[in-house]
Design a protein around this ligand. Structure first.
Ligand SMILES: NC(=O)c1ccc[n+]([C@@H]2O[C@H](COP(=O)([O-])OP(=O)(O)OC[C@H]3O[C@@H](n4cnc5c(N)ncnc54)[C@H](O)[C@@H]3O)[C@@H](O)[C@H]2O)c1
Ligand SMILES: O=C(O)[C@H](O)COP(=O)(O)O
Length: 527
């Protein structure tokens, strides 16, 4: 597997990736250079500089995962990635403190004119009256976007004895109350705040949230801070408001175009504090995001679920802990079920029994789909594209939960429906060991990690021996064997563990044995 690392990603993360994959670090690639080399890579790691466009994704024949060493994924065409089944993951927490502290530093620098005073002194001047500032205590801070960074800024502003009001359509009043602040509408914030800081992603809803009209509603002499994303503030409108004094000052870390156009009107203003997208640029944050993203890339390339994927439903850590041991089992059960199916699958029912029913099991159902679709599709099926691929093939997927689990702490059941009828596979964990415990009503105890042959047959003397002899003559060693404890009268199932792959012609001969209904070889080693 080959990993391409672009932008300045910390060495710690690169070292983690290098232990497992062939890693190449290439900084400052032009869009054309990226387009030319991307077909060779299985994974791509970026920060905010590299633009992962639709064209890049179209050219990326082998790409399985894009890791963003940071929060914002607006430089990645996530929709195009999802359509292609490419996982996009980020490192949402590693730079929270860095961006929070940078915001506070920007706010204080702005209030006390520190950058301008510093520049003046470097110019051999001593201008005390020119740089009189304002205090934070008693001022109202409006926080727009009360997520990780917004909440961190609010907490620190409370410590500065500011009155904090916040707007976030997805945050409840309890969260605000715990921070010692109040929720408010955008209009309330515009009308009341002395300082307003923005901490939400750039979306269709947030683009130019601060435009001419919004600026006109603000308190005269307001100060604005944007350490979230360029484009939340209309820069031309802001420049005008800074020039005419409606806005007393602004502290801006992120810009509509990065690097900033040298002709930008913001660059010529005195009442502005500017930094070149430095919010996440601390030593600690860069190690944090690089290590987090490396863990994500490693999991994704191993085919394991990724907790920080942005184009998959997120999984809470306590849920992941409970369901993670079942991922391989679920995938192998899906693989078994599709191998048993005797025609196109029209429906899949995944039933959960036991304590596992208390948590969200959607990702396990996706693991079943992954195992079921991978053997039959040309393209690689993963946790991102599996549900969409099932839907595109008109396969109905249903989850059923029942807390009671007969004989097992937790039991997974996969039922596939075909025009010919259906098949059933049940599995569980014995301690940490995965086991398939039922196939089509026949109780078995199969370790789903090796190469197995499943043969349904008539329950009468001589049938099993004939299969053994035939495989032996074909040079296939049988290293394990299970015969179902049957609940189904007249028929049974044998599951043979074999050491070699079996040629199709030999499987056909096994199927042709009188009393054998079929012979399906499943090589779990390929999962
Ligand atoms: N300057 C930097 O270097 C730097 C560093 C880290 C993060 N960021 C950016 O800061 C922003 C916040 O990051 P975070 O980690 O706190 O993200 P987060 O996901 O924890 O918080 C974002 C918040 O925005 C809210 N939100 C969404 N739409 C909104 C809307 N229309 N109005 C108001 N609120 C809305 C969400 O509910 C959420 O609570 C992101 O844009 C991120 O890319 C910048
Ligand atoms: O979204 C983020 O994480 C920040 O904007 C940081 O971007 P950077 O990794 O390019 O510094």
């Amino acid at each position: 597997m080959k990993v391409l690392v672009c932008d300045g990603v910390s060495e710690q993360g690169v070292a983690m990736l290098s232990k497992e994959f062939a890693v190449e670090v290439k900084k400052k690639l032009s869009p054309e250079e990226l387009l030319a080399i991307i077909p060779a890579y299985d994974a791509l790691v970026v920060r905010s500089e590299t633009k992962v466009t639709k064209a890049v994704l179209q050219a990326a024949e082998r790409l399985k995962v894009i890791g963003r060493a940071g929060v914002g994924v607006d430089n990645i065409d996530v929709e195009a990635a999802t359509q292609k089944g490419v996982i996009v993951l980020n490192a949402p927490e590693g730079n929270t403190i860095a961006a929070t502290e940078h915001t506070v530093a920007m706010m204080l620098s702005l209030a006390r004119n520190i950058p301008a005073a510093h520049a003046s002194m470097k110019n051999r001047e001593w201008q005390r009256s020119k740089y009189v500032g304002v205090e934070m205590r008693g001022k109202t801070l409006g926080v727009v976007g009360l997520g990780r960074i917004g909440s961190g800024v609010a907490k620190r502003a409370v410590a500065l004895e500011m009155k904090v009001i916040a707007y976030d359509p997805y945050i409840n009043a309890e969260h605000a109350k715990n921070l010692g602040i109040e929720l408010a509408s955008v209009d309330d914030i515009l009308a009341q705040a002395d300082f307003i800081t923005f901490h939400m992603p750039l979306t269709a809803q947030t683009k130019y949230l601060v435009n001419k009209e919004a600026l006109a509603k603000m308190k005269p002499g307001v100060r604005l801070i944007n350490c979230a994303r360029g484009g939340i503030i209309d820069e031309l409108a802001l420049a005008e408001a800074l020039q005419n004094g409606a806005v007393a000052g602004a502290a801006i870390d992120v810009f509509e175009q990065e690097p900033v156009d040298p002709g930008s009107p913001l660059l010529g203003l005195d009442n502005i504090v500017l930094t070149p997208h430095l919010g996440a640029s601390t030593a600690e944050a860069q190690v944090g995001v690089a290590v987090d993203v490396a863990y994500g890339i490693i999991a994704a390339l191993r085919g394991e679920p990724v907790t920080t994927a942005v184009n998959m439903a997120p999984v809470a850590p306590h849920v992941l802990k409970l369901i993670k041991p079942y991922f391989n089992l679920a995938e192998r059960m899906g693989c078994t079920a599709v191998n048993l199916a005797d025609g196109p699958i029209t429906g899949i029912d995944v039933e959960y029994h036991g304590d596992i029913t208390e948590v969200d099991t959607k990702m396990l159902t996706t693991a079943v789909l992954k195992g079921l679709l991978n053997p039959i599709l040309q393209e690689a099926v993963n946790y991102v594209n599996a549900p969409g691929l099932a839907k595109a093939r008109n396969i109905r997927v249903k989850e059923v939960k029942n807390k009671e689990a007969a004989n097992f702490a937790n039991l997974l059941t996969v039922k596939v429906t075909t025009a010919q009828g259906g098949h059933l596979v049940q599995g569980t964990l014995f301690g940490e060991e995965e086991r398939i415990v039922n196939i089509d009503g026949h109780r078995v105890d199969v370790d789903p990690r090796a190469r197995i042959v499943i043969c349904p047959h008539i329950n009468r003397p001589g049938v099993i021996g004939t299969v053994g002899t035939l495989l032996g003559e074909a040079g296939i060693n049988i290293s394990g064997m299970q015969v179902g404890k049957t609940d189904v009268s007249g028929t049974n199932i044998m599951v043979l563990t074999v050491d070699n792959d079996i040629p199709a012609a030999v499987l056909e001969k096994v199927t042709a044995i009188d009393g054998i209904f079929g012979a399906k070889l499943i090589n779990f080693n390929t999962i």
